[in-house]
Design a protein around this ligand. Sequence first.
Ligand code: FCB
Length: 509
Amino acid sequence: MTAQTRSPQPLIVPATDLVLAQSRPVPQDFVLGVATAAYQIEGARHEDGRTDSIWDTFSHTQGAVVDGDTGDVACEHYHRYAADVALMKSLGMQSYRFSTSWDRVCPDGGPVNAKGLDFYERLVDSLLDAGIAPWLTLYHWDLPQALEDRGGWTSRETVDRFVDYSLAVHDRLGDKVRTWTTLNEPFCAAFLGYTAGMHAPGRTSPADGLAAAHHLMLAHGRVVQELRARDASLELGLTLNFTVADPLDPSDPRDVDAARRVDAQMNRIFLDPVFRGAYPADLLDDVRHLGLEDHIMDGDLEVISTPIDVLGVNYYNGEAIGHEPPAASLSDSVNGGRFTRSPFPAADDSYRHPRGLPVTAMDWEIQPEGLTRLLVRLHEEYAGPAGVALHVTENGAAFDDAPDEDGFVDDRGRTAYVRAHLGAILDAVDAGVPVRGYFYWSLLDNFEWAWGYAKRFGIVRVDYDTQVRTPKASALDLARIIATRRLPAPWAEPDASGAGDESAGESTT
Ligand code: FCB
């Protein structure tokens, strides 16, 4: 560990953005932490028995990922996990959301590999020693390639293999981890992977995306049932990613219908089966020609609607949806010249229109008030009646960071983003929505899927040549919020007194 002198270069903040509003209190029981995922940070591709996932195959496919980047090395977290946990501790993180790799625990989707479980047990033990609550996600998109070769998520057999793998993780960690979420963002796994061709495994079939979505949700329900039967005290759930689809012109029925389709095919396609035990009728009408119902067997929806305890909410932005293409579109997808298509299986006349809002480096519009509206809706229509807690499991921003000579990044834009979204959550809490906590995406700069290492979301900078980690200004700000339980206005100057562990600003290797 090397001490660094911090002399952040002041950024010029437009005078109009300097809000001198009072800071507001953060409830004492609101849990703050950071999130990561196995493939994005671990590296160690073939170590200790790990075999390839669909992301290894996809990232090694020419043109699939920007600059040909892969997760072969990533942040070397497999070897540096202890220092990464120490870094989180120094920042005062209360909880850490991570995923386990199916390919480490059950290589090729087959028998259990004890060495893979050893790694996650070491990680969980160090988190517990550091006083950081582990939040475990079983599937963050790294399907074993051997299972994809047998049909992947379009095959019902994959559901059984996911149950085997999940129970193996629970056998080892069941008495150490309290919160278990089955899936991260089944929308992306199914529709970016099997319909849009933008993510692994790179298929471009609307019918395959729907089959994958159903089997993913069946896998979720089966694992919730099995874990509940083993231990009624576990806290179980899943993470969905949501949009807030506003009609571009609310008085135009064609825009209203375009937004309805996006809401159905991204939000309600997962919410309704989980909370209401049925797919939405309008969705079934829209996709009738694509064979979804051929995959729904008797009893599936009862399994999928097995009661959960917590709904993880991933929110980055909402969107204005029109029935005609915009003059200029937001360019937030990348395909390396390969054929890709819309992730929506049946929303051909739904187009996202830029609203002139500020955007991140992903070209994602910055829209914190959408998060407030989303949380209120989820509580009123789904989670509240079911007695299910809400927890924001991802929210964050990529910016083109410019480090100083010490590797320090004075990322005022990201700092303001985090504060604004925390404020949006507290607005929902004030409106009566019980939101229990927030994970920033992500602890580290990491492998951002099809964008490779080109997009940096971390509150900690990673120098990929040296693997040195340097907390950015946003990390120090989040540490201060956790330590003081006060949330400053988005662009307010940081409190010069600092807070938290004295070593929180140091770089680590
Ligand atoms: C989410 C993913 C996460 C990360 C963020 C930016 O969709 O769950 O792995 O890539 O987006």
